[in-house]
Design a protein around this ligand. Sequence first.
Ligand code: SF4
Length: 352
Amino acid sequence: MLSNQIIDWYLQYKRDLPWRNTSDPYKIWISEIMLQQTRVATATDYFNRFLNQFPTVSDLAMADEREVLKLWQGLGYYSRARNLHATAKIIHTDYNGVFPNTYKDILKLKGIGTYTAAAISSFAFNLPYAALDGNVFRVLSRVYSIDKPIDTGEGKKFFQELATETMGNARPEIYNQAIIEFGALQCTPRTPNCVTCPIQANCLAFGNGQVDQLPLKSKQIKTKNRYFYYLFLSCENRFIIEKREGKDIWKNMYQYPLIESDKAISTKKLLQTSKWKELFENKELVIQSICENVVHKLSHQNLHTTIIHINTDIDQLKEIKPYQIIDSSEIENYPFPKPIENHINATFENIP
Ligand code: SF4
């Protein structure tokens, strides 16, 4: 199971950080707030000094705000310190200085969002809430090859459910720390260490060569325009097809010979492409009709398809290699993508 593999990795490689090996929710809370926008090495030093000065939530509550801000000096994002202080006062007065122990109550506290509430609930109280930070988004989106953006409401909801499912029955306290650490050290944003990764065999992004494309953010998703020029070469009911190969859409389906371009090109230019020359050398061919620019929309891709019909004789058809000649009576034996299927249906009206 993925959760067990990540936990095994964690037990072997985790860093010895001062906020680990404690189940004190106050210390965990301080560390989580400090770690927002701050590197671990910097946060460690501040954490030790802060806890030295304010060892309990009540010590923090009773401190002067200026003292708190002074200790925070240099860390930046000072609203974090002010929120910590205000929240410590609430815990001191409303909860008698005892940190709340339910996810719902923790989430109500000022400056604590869903991630921090899940982290405190699980690290301190072993409650089954999957913590979802940037590291976890990255690991999950790569392992499961998820092309949903992580920064939309829909994406967040989806990943939250996936994170909970992935945690399964693992101990929340260890599992959450493990997957966060795994993202921070192994499955890093720019240079993930896939070579030594213990879950490489189960990582779909690794298998598909998509590691550097995930996770996705909504602003990054651009619709790509591709221009497909299909060559429908026929002789009565016979025509030629090829099988799509490689890691692209419609892998292993069949199509008419294709010339692809990243921009629209005129027929005159098409005749000058190397693929056209390679296919037909200097044969004299007559273009019978052109069915132009039908847009086929896929997720993140607009396919502008043009089908060029060339009527020829069977000898010439046989010479066009390495394609396969089929008869219209055989089309049931071949899977075709939608644009080709539509064209075949329109061309051979009496297909069974
Ligand atoms: S194989 Fe690479 S991308 Fe996949 S989980 Fe491991 S480190 Fe991350």
